[in-house]
Design a protein around this ligand. Structure first.
Ligand code: SF4
Ligand code: SF4
Length: 123
């Protein structure tokens, strides 16, 4: 059986380091598989904290202080992600593979130019 050889697609606006963000751009936030695992874990830590703050009936300023301390601790810990690539930003988790809350590594691979190919804007 013959195979169709697709043209390379780095000039596509959806192409990110060999991956494709087309589905994510179409339905932002829809697929949980694309999320950065470290940010998902941070969200879980935060949700747990909110539940505890409610249970202890903490006032807002006390809760904010405790959460800021907890967040600093989380930032100083290892991310636990094998693919983590440190970048030079101040945002958490400071990973070069983060696109907002999306992990580039978790996006589907681009197999070459497809019908959704869209040239990058000039400039
Ligand atoms: S590689 Fe980076 S963006 Fe992907 S899950 Fe790990 S920390 Fe998050
Ligand atoms: S060519 Fe198709 S698969 Fe490749 S990045 Fe563009 S839209 Fe995605």
């Amino acid at each position: 059986m013959s195979q169709i050889l697709r043209l390379p697609a780095p000039a596509c606006r959806h192409y990110v380091r060999g991956r494709c963000d087309y589905e994510e751009v179409l339905n932002p936030g829809y697929d949980p598989e694309y999320r950065c695992r470290v940010l998902v874990r941070l969200q879980q830590v935060y949700d747990t904290f909110l539940t505890q703050a409610d249970a202890f009936d903490l006032d807002e300023s006390k809760a904010t202080g405790i959460w800021e301390k907890r967040f600093r601790e989380v930032c100083s810990e290892d991310t636990g992600c094998q693919e983590y690539e440190p970048d030079d930003t101040n945002s958490y988790p400071g990973c070069a593979l983060c696109l907002g809350d999306v992990c580039v590594f978790r996006l589907p691979e681009c197999g070459g130019r497809c019908r959704n190919y869209t040239p990058k804007p000039r400039g």
